[in-house]
Design a protein around this ligand. Structure first.
Ligand SMILES: *[C@@H]1O[C@H](CO)[C@@H](O)[C@H](O)[C@H]1NC(C)=O
Length: 410
């Protein structure tokens, strides 16, 4: 079994929640600041393994091997990394590769750090129901037996036997100034080692559509669906940052965080995701029309897209190659990269070239932030794309929509 989580052992900086002034109508709008999640080296193959698993796809053996090889080759670096602990300043504050973004959330009586994930719809959290050996390094939900939803359970499982499962509680969840008094909280009874070893992440807060929530016998609403009527407007905006902690705005659109217009497109939520179809892509200055059905997903680190798009991009990067031992495209770290854009609603949404250099592999080559979606069947515009964007997720009308704008200062 590949040890993805081992690779994400890292140091974290404690973040804070900053509330914007409360609206006169007493409905809320607020900003959640993320906690920085620093990682010193990244395993590109493991990222693809994780993404395929997340979307319920089969993982090719070749990719598992690439991930394992990487871990073995970097065992010395990883064990040094594992010395880090939560809440302290990084001992080696050198690099950070934005592998995930965490935000503080109070569940019941405890504040935990959750990965706000627009590509899933469960709010699951480490809990006191787990063996203490799994809780080391984590903050966790202290379950309250009086709040249990008896007969309810949840389970996320993957092809190789890894996963998480547990019981369901209706408890208080507080994000910023907004409280959901009876939110479905999915308390883990057990998690596989991939999860327990990633001491930064205490769970996930899903922001996709409630139709893909995994609770049975009855699906539960996401936190956003629970509180959206308390918000000044039923929107949230993702403002992830390059090598820095970003923010999520709930209930309002912060016009100080983007420049130019916001371009809106209707969302196809039939699969439970924030789906849309991009109509082209640009490499450097060359634009090509193409139909690229895909989703935005804050819980996916890279951009995974059509093979033809990926080839067109790396054709412009000298020395780039699709390296099966690394699980994707790599290039000399000194190579000059072109900008990349996808066309959304007729507007090119550009990712600056340097964002596409995801991480050095330690041997002078770097792992690309754009990789093929082989095995997925649709594009995932993950953090590499989102880090330069201000993205509005709008449920004001019956057809939800996404709005895209370029971040200020990008
Ligand atoms: C890269 O190689 C893998 C096989 O190792 C293949 O599945 C994938 O489609 C290739 N990607 C591109 C963009 O050619």
């Amino acid at each position: 079994m590949p040890s993805i989580a081992r690779l994400t052992m890292a140091l974290a900086l404690v973040g804070a929640v900053a509330a914007t002034p409360v609206q006169l109508d007493k409905r809320s709008s607020f900003t959640v600041e993320q906690v920085k999640h620093t990682t010193h080296l990244k395993n590109g193959a493991a990222l693809k393994v994780k993404t395929l698993r997340k979307f319920g796809k089969e993982v090719p053996q070749e990719l598992l091997d690439a991930s394992e090889n990487w871990a073995n080759n970097n065992a010395n670096i990883l064990s040094a990394d594992a010395g880090g602990s939560q809440g302290s300043d990084p001992a080696v504050p050198s690099d950070s590769y934005d592998s995930s973004y965490l935000s503080p959330v109070t569940v019941g009586s405890t504040t935990v750090h959750l990965d706000f994930d627009t590509g899933s719809a469960d709010l699951w959290v480490f809990s006191s129901l787990q063996a203490t050996s799994q809780l080391s390094g984590h903050d966790y939900y202290h379950t309250d037996a009086s709040k249990v939803k008896s007969g309810y359970s949840w389970e996320i499982s993957y092809g190789d036997g890894s996963g998480a499962s547990g019981k369901v509680y209706a408890d208080k969840v507080v994000v910023g100034p907004v409280t959901a008094t009876s939110q479905a909280v999915e308390a883990a009874t057990s998690v596989s080692s991939e999860f327990s070893q990633d001491t930064n992440t205490d769970g996930l807060l899903g922001l996709a559509f409630s139709t893909i929530n995994t609770v049975s016998p009855q699906q539960q609403n996401t936190f956003f669906d629970t509180v959206k009527s308390q918000l000044a407007a039923p929107v949230f905006c993702a403002n992830l940052k390059y090598h820095a902690a970003g923010t999520y705005d709930f209930g309002f659109i912060d016009s100080s965080k983007y420049t130019g217009p916001i371009t809106y497109v209707n969302v196809d939520s039939s699969n439970g995701f924030w789906g849309f179809t991009a109509t082209g892509y640009t490499v450097g200055t060359t634009t090509t029309k193409a139909s690229l059905p895909g989703i935005v997903d804050t819980g996916t680190t890279l951009i995974y897209t059509d093979t033809a798009v990926v080839r067109a991009y790396y054709a412009k990067v000298s020395g780039a190659k699709n390296d099966s031992t690394q699980g994707g495209y790599i290039f000399p770290c000194t190579a000059t990269l072109p900008n990349f854009a996808i066309t959304i609603g007729g507007v090119a949404q550009t990712v600056p070239a340097k964002y596409i250099n995801y991480a050095p592999l330690g041997d002078g080559t770097c792992f690309g932030g754009i990789q093929d979606d082989t095995g997925l069947g649709f594009s995932i515009f993950g953090d590499i794309f989102l880090k330069s964007k201000y993205v509005v997720h709008d449920k004001t009308s019956s057809t939800p929509r996404l709005g895209f704008a370029q971040q200020v200062g990008v």
